[in-house]
Each structure stands twice: as structure tokens, then as C-alpha cells.
Write a protein that binds this ligand. Structure first.
Ligand SMILES: C[S@@+](CC[C@H](N)C(=O)[O-])C[C@H]1O[C@@H](n2cnc3c(N)ncnc32)[C@H](O)[C@@H]1O
Length: 295
């Protein structure tokens, strides 16, 4: 099955537009472009929404104080998506976070959105402006937008970054390092298990593969003669170690999101410095009966 075969079963007759990666049928509510996503997308959105909600009292202190409270989404998408093979349209992560913060009466002082796709950045900018959100939008790979965003952040503020890439190639460790340089930075990170499963041996066999930027130093820590499952676990453990080296704590509990045919899709890893942030995550991390792992 090719990547966009599901368009043939689209109830609104949409097709994938290669040029800007959007659906040919725009969002009927606002006429702006949207993307098509799998039904499991709600899993990550539910955690973003719940975290924004549970942290509202803490955020309030920063919203009313001098430091400010921001939401950062450097793989932001266009802000709206149709669930594939249905007519159902959902908000994307930056809209979900901004809306939830407004509903909880503690809107972010600023939302920073970025994406490698210019059409997405433009669409999400319009959608956030309609909500009255103070937005800064950036276009480019996260590796280049994250340093720009970090340079704009209040060093005494409270910041929540959602890192939601498709694959490991788009998640070089220097992104996490740059965000971790800010004292009060909470992060929710999507790590693609699918990529680790499909491409593990190819990555291991090559020189300079996505693993080298995702988890620098892995070659000294991972025993590649082990089974694939063990190698994946060792890689992941090494990556968590790299995060700890930045004086940040990955939460004990990692959520695994699976697809409709029970295929392993991704892990959601929460990272913070403050105990309260970790406790918040532990309270809200389980939104369905998806698997959780304690590392
Ligand atoms: C899973 S989607 C994000 C969806 C969005 N977070 C949401 O939940 O609505 C991944 C996004 O990353 C963008 N992207 C891919 N490679 C990138 C890179 N290296 N840097 C920044 N954005 C990238 C894609 O254009 C796409 O919008």
C-alpha cells in the first residue's frame, strides 16, 4: 500500500497535494489548508491538552509575573486535520494547547510555532490569530528554528515545548539540548518507534545515520549483536541518559501509542526539571488503555 492510498476511500473526495503536503479539500470551517491524519492522533493531543490544563495554576504565576509562560511547537503542522477515511476534522497541537490555556483562564503569554513546511506555518498563524493568541511563527527545520525561539524566551519564564516529528532524522539531539538550556522548560517528545523498527539495521550498518544525531555516542553504548528489541531498548536507554546529562529528568512513565492494527507507532516521553511537573505528567499520562512503560 502506498503512503496515500487511503485518499481513494476519502468520503469528501480529497487527495494529497504533493506540492504543499496538504489535502486538496480545505477545511470547510475556515477555508484554510489541513492535513490528513491517522485515528490515533488524538492520543498525543489528549496529553498535550491535559498537561496544559493540569499546569494552569503554576502557569498563572508566570503569566501574571514578569517571566511569561509560553507554548513551543516546532513541528506544528497546519493546526487542523481530517481523520483519514472520515469527515471528522480535529484541531492540531498548537490550536489544542492555545485553546485549552484560554479555557483554563491562563492563556500563554506567547505561542511559538515552527515547521519545515511554509504552507503549514502560514495556516497555523492565521488560525492562532483568530483565537487572539500572541504568536511568533518561524519557517524551517527545527534544528534552525529552535535556537531562534530560545533566544526569544524569557529566562525566568515557564515554557512547555511539544516535539512531534515524524521520524528520528528530524529530532537531532541538539534541539533538546538547546531547549534544555532554558531553566524552566518542560518537554513532551514523540519518539518514532516505527522508524526505529523499520530502519534499525540500516541505520546501524551505515555511517552518519539519523541515529548519530538523535542519540550521539550510541555506538559506544549499544551492543549491536543483540536482538533488535534489545538494541532498541539500549538505544532508548542511552537517549534517556543523554537527556539526564542535560540536567533534565525524563519521567519514569513513558506512554506507547499503538495504531488501529496494534502496530507500535511512537513513545511519548515527558522531560522536565521540576518535581511538580513530573507529578503532573504522572497524573495525566494515561488517557486510554494504551501501554505504559516504566524506565
Ligand atoms: C506529526 S506532524 C506534526 C503535527 C502537529 N504537531 C499536530 O499534532 O497537529 C510533523 C510535522 O513536522 C514537520 N517537519 C518534518 N520535518 C521537519 C523538520 N526537520 N523540522 C521541522 N518540521 C518538520 C512536517 O511538516 C509536519 O508538519
Amino acid at each position: 500500500m502506498s503512503k496515500h492510498d487511503f485518499c481513494q476511500r476519502c468520503p469528501v473526495g480529497g487527495s494529497f497535494r504533493e506540492a504543499d503536503q496538504t489535502c486538496s479539500v480545505a477545511d470547510p470551517d475556515d477555508g484554510l489548508p489541513l492535513v490528513c491524519v491517522g485515528p490515533w492522533t488524538g492520543e498525543k493531543h489528549a496529553r498535550v491538552s491535559k498537561y496544559v490544563d493540569i499546569s494552569r495554576a503554576t502557569r498563572k504565576k508566570f503569566v501574571t509575573g514578569a517571566g511569561g509562560a509560553t507554548f513551543i511547537d516546532v513541528f506544528c503542522g497546519p493546526g487542523r486535520a481530517r481523520i483519514r477515511e472520515t469527515e471528522q476534522i480535529i484541531d492540531g497541537s498548537p490550536i489544542i494547547a492555545a485553546r485549552k490555556a484560554i479555557e483554563s483562564k491562563t492563556p500563554f503569554t506567547e505561542v511559538h510555532v515552527a515547521d519545515a513546511n511554509l504552507a503549514f506555518v502560514e495556516a497555523v498563524g492565521v488560525r492562532l490569530a483568530k483565537l487572539g493568541v500572541a504568536t511568533k511563527a518561524y519557517h524551517g527545520p527545527a534544528e534552525s528554528t529552535v535556537p531562534q525561539i530560545v533566544s526569544q524566551l524569557g529566562p525566568r519564564g515557564l515554557h512547555f515545548a511539544f516535539l512531534d516529528p515524524y521520524d528520528l532524522r528530524s529530532l537531532p539531539f541538539n534541539i533538546i539540548q538547546a531547549l534544555a538550556a532554558v531553566q524552566r522548560m518542560d518537554m513532551l517528545i514523540h519518539v518514532s518507534i516505527q522508524d526505529l523498527q523499520r530502519n534499525l539495521r540500516r541505520y546501524i550498518g551505515g555511517d552518519q545515520t539519523p541515529l548519530d544525531s538523535f542519540a550521539p555516542g550510541w555506538r559506544q553504548k549499544v551492543e549491536v549483536m543483540n536482538s533488535d528489541a534489545t538494541v532498541r531498548r539500549q538505544l532508548f536507554a542511552h537517549w534517556l541518559g543523554c537527556i539526564r546529562d542535560e540536567n533534565m529528568r525524563p519521567s519514569q512513565g513513558v506512554e506507547e501509542v499503538t495504531g488501529s492494527r496494534n502496530q507500535h507507532l511512537y513513545w511519548l516521553v515527558f522531560v522536565a526539571r521540576h518535581d511538580l511537573a513530573i507529578r503532573f505528567w504522572e497524573d495525566i499520562r494515561s488517557v486510554t488503555n494504551q501501554k505504559s512503560w516504566d524506565f
